[in-house]
Design a protein around this ligand. Structure first.
Ligand code: NAD
Length: 287
């Protein structure tokens, strides 16, 4: 069997076009949509991701605002930058590009974001709303994964999904979203302390790998006909590599996402979708 390659290019383009249409609708009412990013430090991959987010925003008609702080910045300077973004009427949504330098407090930083401007859907208010199944911006990467599956008509309902990685950014929110209606999957979350990872992974109908460990998953981890979603992106040399040994698995799985060009574009499209939702909500609050 040679797996179907699930690229993010097409579904992301469809979602970006939807976003552009809604941005156009708001513009017709005289309302602009603004997305800001706060990049702290000089991590090269982070700077590349931020650049891609800005490019996609501008293409969708969203005003793109690029805020940067030096790597040796104090937490109180970060707090002040966040307060400015919270107060800026031109900013409907913004993200703090993660990871931030180790001397800073990620939780404190996320908690300071106005939940009504939380374009990444990572503020506890929005995560809590997600847990209850209420409307809120959803974390962009998990929503991108769900949208990609939907685009390729791969249903998770009744299936066993194994997720490798339990971060607050990917694995944990994805596990909640997949287990909720309408996705209705049965989910196992695994992590670095999991025993028998290979065996568990082999029991998956859909295997999602978000560990940040290049080449972690090989032929032994994948049952014939499984769907494999590789979220991992690690910069090695000039390129990006995933967590999955693609060449081994492409002959076993029924479908697989590539790296780059799989979940990455879906994450960016999900971020733009969250921004327009936040802008529409601001507009509804005013009317
Ligand atoms: P993280 O470091 O916060 O979490 C990694 C998780 O993987 C942890 O829960 C850890 O327990 C688990 N893990 C690590 N090694 C393991 C192993 N050998 N066996 C089992 N579990 C293991 O990382 P993150 O922020 O969730 O990101 C994960 C990867 O996804 C990274 O490569 C990141 O760059 C990538 N990512 C990509 C996108 C995208 O848009 N494509 C978005 C977010 C993250």
């Amino acid at each position: 069997m040679t797996a179907r390659i699930l690229t993010g290019k097409e579904p992301a383009a469809v979602q970006r076009a939807e976003v552009a249409g809604r941005v156009g609708g708001l513009a017709a009412d005289g309302i602009g949509v603004g997305l800001a990013t706060l990049l702290i430090g000089d991590d090269e991959p982070s700077a590349v991701y931020v650049g891609m987010k800005h490019k996609a925003a501008v293409k969708a008609g969203i005003k793109s605002i690029d805020r940067r702080l030096n790597s040796d910045v104090s937490q109180s300077d970060v707090d002040a930058a966040i307060d400015e973004l919270n107060a800026d009427p031109a900013v409907n949504g913004y993200i703090v590009q993660l990871p931030i330098p180790a001397h800073l407090d990620t939780d404190r930083t996320i908690l300071r974001i106005d939940p009504n401007k939380d374009a990444d859907g990572l503020h506890p208010v929005n995560l809590g709303r997600m847990l209850l199944g209420l409307p809120a911006p959803r974390p962009a990467t998990p929503s991108g994964i769900l949208r990609l599956l939907d685009h390729y008509q791969i249903t998770a309902a009744g299936k066993h999904v194994v997720i490798i990685g339990r971060s607050g950014l990917v694995g944990r929110p994805l596990s909640v979203m997949l287990s909720q209606r309408p996705h209705n999957a049965t989910v196992t979350v695994t992590h670095s302390a999991t025993k028998d990872l290979t065996e568990l992974a082999r029991s998956a109908d859909i295997l999602v790998v978000a560990a940040g460990s290049p080449g972690l998953v090989g032929a032994d981890h994948v049952a014939p006909g499984a769907v494999v979603i590789d979220v991992g992106t690690t910069k090695i040399g000039a390129g990006l590599v995933g967590d999955v040994r693609f060449d081994e698995i492409v002959e076993i799985a029924s479908a697989i996402t590539p790296v780059p060009g799989g979940i990455g574009p879906m994450t960016i499209a999900g971020l733009l979708a969250n921004t327009v939702i936040l802008a529409e909500r601001t507009q509804e609050d005013k009317t």
